[in-house]
Structure formats: C-alpha cells, structure tokens
Design a protein around this ligand. Structure first.
Ligand code: FES
Length: 147
C-alpha cells in the first residue's frame, strides 16, 4: 500500500536520530495529511516502543490527525489571548457550523495574531483576525462555494 511505503521510507530516514518519534510523526502527517492507523506498528517496532506508547503520543498532540482531513482545514485559535476576546464562543460556533461538513476543524494554539483575536487559519495559508461568528460563516460559505 502506498501509504505504508511512505511510512517505511520516513522511518528509515529518521529512526537513527535521537527523539525520532515526533519528527517521524510530523513527516508522515506532512506527506499523507494524517497518521494512518497502519503506521503505528512499524513505528513502534522501529523505535522499540509499544504500540500504546506511539498511539499515546499521537492522541496527546492536537496537531496530529488520525483520519484524513477534509478538502479544507480551518483552525480556530484556542490560546489565551483569543479565548479572552470570544475565541471559545467562536470555537463552539465553528463546531456547530462544521458538523457534517467537508471542512475539517482543528484547534491551534496561537497564530501570532494575539492582539486582534479571535484568530482563524484557513488551509495553512490564510490568516484571519477578529473573526466573529458572522465573519466565520462568510469564510466557510466562500470555501464551500469554491470547492
Ligand atoms: S492567542 Fe490566538 S493568535 Fe495568539
């Protein structure tokens, strides 16, 4: 399977470095968009860890996806400065708006726009500041109509 060949290549390239687990997981996610469940056994074996340990690290970091992402990924900042200006309500609104949508919602911890939150990132590339629920809905409508 193509995913497993990619996983095997990344493990071989990274396994000798100290603390190889996180770099391996990051590279797999960069290459495949997520960490497929079938990647866990070969990683565990290569690094002499249990599958539970590898799985524990994948689930601990919100950054790692365990299922393929939707066509678009929207990240809502959940760090303190954004939380203080409505970030939590925005995240709640986003969860409800995107339930069942093709757009994947993820938390992120600071996008560097702390002075003008709540902040949102769309598809790695675009940052939006002072996002209200209305502005969020407009962003999503634009994404959905473009796809
Ligand atoms: S706290 Fe949200 S951008 Fe920094």
């Amino acid at each position: 399977m193509e995913n497993l060949a990619t996983v095997a290549r990344i493990i071989e390239e990274q396994r000798a470095r100290p603390g190889a687990l996180l770099p391996i997981l990051h590279e797999i996610q960069d290459a495949l968009g997520y960490i497929p469940p079938e990647a866990v056994p070969p990683i565990a074996q290569a690094l002499n860890l249990s599958r539970a340990e590898v799985h524990g690290v994948i689930s601990y970091y919100a950054h790692f996806r365990q299922t393929p992402p939707g066509r678009h990924v929207v990240r809502v900042c959940c760090a303190e400065a954004c939380q203080a200006v409505g970030g939590e309500a925005l995240a709640e609104h986003a969860r409800a708006r995107l339930a069942g949508s093709e757009v994947t919602l993820e938390p992120v911890y600071c996008l560097g726009l702390c002075a003008c939150g709540p902040s949102v990132q769309v598809d790695e590339t675009t940052l939006h500041a002072q996002v209200t629920p209305e502005k969020f809905d407009a962003l999503i409508a634009e994404l959905e109509s473009a796809s």
